[in-house]
Write a protein that binds this ligand. Sequence first.
Ligand code: NOJ
Length: 582
Amino acid sequence: MNPSSGDQKTINGINTAWWKEAVIYQIYPRSFCDSDGDGVGDLQGIISKLDYLAELGVDVIWLSPVYQSPNDDNGYDISDYYQIMEEFGSMADFDTLMQESKRRDIKIIMDLVVNHTSDEHHWFQEAQKSKDNLYRDYYIWKAPRQSTQGDSSASQPPNNWESIFSGSAWEYHSNTNEYYLHLFSKKQPDLNWENKAVREEVYKLMRFWLDKGIGGFRMDVIPFMSKREGFADIDYENFPDGLAEAYANGPKIHEYLQEMREQVMQHYPAFSVGEGPGISPEVAPLYVDEKRKELDMIFHFDHLQLDRENKDLWQKKDYRLQEFKEIFERWDESVGRKGWGAIYLGNHDTARIVSRFGQDGEHREASAKTLATLMFTQRGTVGIYQGDEIGMTNVQLDDISEFLDIQAINLYQERVVENGEDSAPLLAALNRFGRDNARSPFQWDQSEHSGFTSGTPWQTVNPNYISINAQDNVDSPNSIFHHYKQLITLRRAHSTLVYGDCQILDRENDNVYAYLREDERGKYLILLNFSEHSSEFTHKTIADTENAQLLIGTHGNEGELSSNTVRLAAYESRVYLLADKQ
Ligand code: NOJ
């Protein structure tokens, strides 16, 4: 039995577990807090902010990678899984972080990045030495494709696979006249999961961290680990959802995940949440159905795809609130009972949630609060990304030299430098969707560089830190921070908000997202106005509104449910208790 499943108590027919009720807070260590003035966030910086996180009320910290890395992709290119990145501190600092978090009842989960390593990892350093090196088969090497004339000087990559970070997914290695596969940057060679020795190495490093007492793993691009059979060319036309769909769900993925569970995870009181690009709600139960003993949850991407064209993720697409609602509904239907959902709106790879799904001008505060109300009233474990709890917004960068993310840099190189496209629309797209948005330093207070560092920050601080910062949020009882805090407390006190079934009301309403949450313990009504105008919600079907009690609202505690029609202010949200059945 997985010790994390606890005593198998059930609520609403669902096995309860501590991690199902938990709130996860993601830290991108580079951008969180710098303790030593080198301009880069670090572990001591995180330790110094644990009281802030304890006050917010989170249960788990997900640390984006803190392992040794040359930082081609900010730590997602690991050169030693057993060492802490020097810029972030030492293993002693990590151990202190564990102790100090434990003292505050906060668990740490690590980022498990094992689809690929850094090319500076010693396995790859060895592997590239010769074809018969012991580590050669840790990676995926293929001979060049010969031209039809058999002319080896005109050799090509083994197939047409594209890298998610632009260009071919193959890099030529002249010493051994073979190409290696890298689905991400060429400094991130893909590991060969077919090789049992690779899997054993991964299980060993997982045990190393679990033995330190961590609470589990967020697993990077986990559905990509098993590659398509035969390495034939891909007809991308068959994958309308893009590259992720083409690379995910390879033939052995479930075999590997079951093995990982059996060999490692089931022996620890820990949980796993897989990053799930390319996983649809139809396929998801194969990963998270409790009976299959693979992962506990996945972070799906459907809502992050909604405002982007599938064929070109950098093109904006309009969508209706109805579609947004349906995504949450479809996922809850797929994994809400059989497995478990992970509810999040943004992370270190996305635009800021208030700029993307809310409104970061006049209605920034209300919309940031309403997005939080949505997250904390959905079934699933909630994940917050650092800074969203104070309403941090996208950052405007005007020149490509200001973008530091490898994805942005490679894209610009390919489209503007090599293909001669106009730079203005691409810069606009990068400002809208790019990953640098989430990586601007945390805005702690009004002091220089937003209190993030006493040195020169590695990345541009958003100039709006004077008005948007943690200090002001903590000091002001009506702030976004306090709304998050109250929602966390509320969710803890009302288990129906965690385990209850969800029923959408007034589905066609394109301004208001309304739903009931219900189980044997209670019944709740949630109203979220996603419009920048006041909007109406009319309820015809709710019988028990008479004694409705407003538990939390973005616009104060006004708001009786006396008539059938409720008018909500711009981006207002409310949570009502309709029936306490206990
Ligand atoms: C997903 C991570 O979230 C992202 O930041 C990273 O670039 C890729 N995986 C590659 O590791």
